[in-house]
Design a protein around this ligand. Structure first.
Ligand SMILES: [Zn+2]
Length: 334
């Protein structure tokens, strides 16, 4: 899919900092249509709309060190049962893949990712999208953590026990985290599960940051300072996450970034650096999440071109290394 070859310099930076992406929904496709991560896919639809973006061969070609896989459950028509099972089935699908290849390994910590990369494998990390997956039971959080889940996104596209979405069913802007949502933040921190503030409304976002003692993340978002859109977060939200030592992944979705191509991605990442420094920005593609990705980043093979564009914007190698990899490693912790 690579449209332009990246320079040697970009490839070199990229090789020293194998990229870690904070959010791709690939396992949803594995569960639904037996999408095989081991095979190289040509995206089935024009410009790889919606899915078919990530697989092991293209992750390797794009110089990736690890991919966070988002685990999705959809409470369609208010469905509240079978949600935890949907998550477990996606983890089962990953387990089956891992049993069949040495090229991808389940990782939980910085040390795990570094060890996997050192032996030529890439890390698979797990995060849940939406606390409705817990079916109101904190024991489910414990069970998911024991299977390797490292982050919990409190909200997705509908209101749930934890709070209200920035957009979607049951949206309510004036209310923040529920009591259960507050309990969840505390429980996540005690279990070593990172709190992900993607999709949550602003009130709930700020409530969670006020409660938090450990670094939260926003796994996939855009920023309002670069483009006005309901999906994006403002500077105060950025600072709230950065002050806690967290990081913010920028999506590769032109709709939310305000335009196609690499330039908008660079603009959003640069805005984060300008507002809260180089320790906050990260990658949060949202590949395989029903999005049409930006032209050059239609799949992981385009990542060295992003590195190239960041270099061309005047960003230092050190900052680029943090965006590609080390900010996420820091939040993962040892
Ligand atoms: Zn999402």
């Amino acid at each position: 899919m690579t449209l332009l070859a990246a320079s040697d310099e970009a490839r070199d930076v990229h090789a020293r900092y194998p990229a870690i992406d904070l959010h791709a929904d690939t396992l949803m496709w594995s569960r639904w249509v037996d999408y095989d991560l081991r095979a190289r896919h040509s995206p089935p639809l024009p410009r790889s709309a919606l899915g078919g973006h990530v697989d092991i061969p293209r992750m390797r070609e794009g110089g990736m060190g690890a991919q966070f896989f988002g685990l999705v459950s959809l409470p369609v028509l208010g469905r509240t049962r079978g949600l935890a099972r949907a998550i477990n089935e996606q983890i089962d699908a990953l387990d089956a893949t891992l049993a069949a290849t040495p090229l991808l390994a389940l990782t939980r910590t910085r040390a795990d990712v570094e060890a996997a990369n050192a032996r030529g494998a890439m890390g698979a990390l797990l995060g849940i999208e939406g606390a409705h997956a817990l079916e109101g039971d904190l024991h489910n959080l414990e069970a998911f953590a024991s299977r390797g889940v490292r982050y919990l996104g409190l909200l997705h596209f509908s209101a749930n026990d934890a709070g209200f979405p920035a957009f979607g069913k049951g949206r309510r802007d004036e209310d923040g985290l529920s009591r259960f949502g507050c309990e969840l933040v505390v429980r996540c921190e005690s279990l070593g599960v990172i709190v992900d503030l993607s999709h949550i409304n602003r009130r709930g976002f700020m409530d969670a940051c006020e409660l938090a003692h450990k670094p939260p993340i926003v796994s996939h978002t855009g920023v309002l300072g670069a483009y006005e859109h309901w999906r994006n977060i403002d500077d105060a939200q950025l600072r709230a996450v950065a002050n806690l030592g967290g990081c913010v992944g920028i999506m590769f979705c032109p709709k939310y970034l305000g335009g196609d191509g690499l330039e908008p991605v660079v603009k959003h990442l640069t805005h984060i650096v300008n507002v809260c420094g180089e320790d906050a920005p990260a990658l949060g593609s949202d590949w395989d999440g029903f999005i049409v990705p930006t032209r050059e980043l239609a799949d992981p093979t385009g990542l060295p071109q992003l590195t190239e564009a960041l270099l061309a914007s005047g960003m230092s190698e050190r900052t680029i290394g943090k965006i590609l990899r080390t900010n996420v490693l820091r939040v993962l912790g040892s």
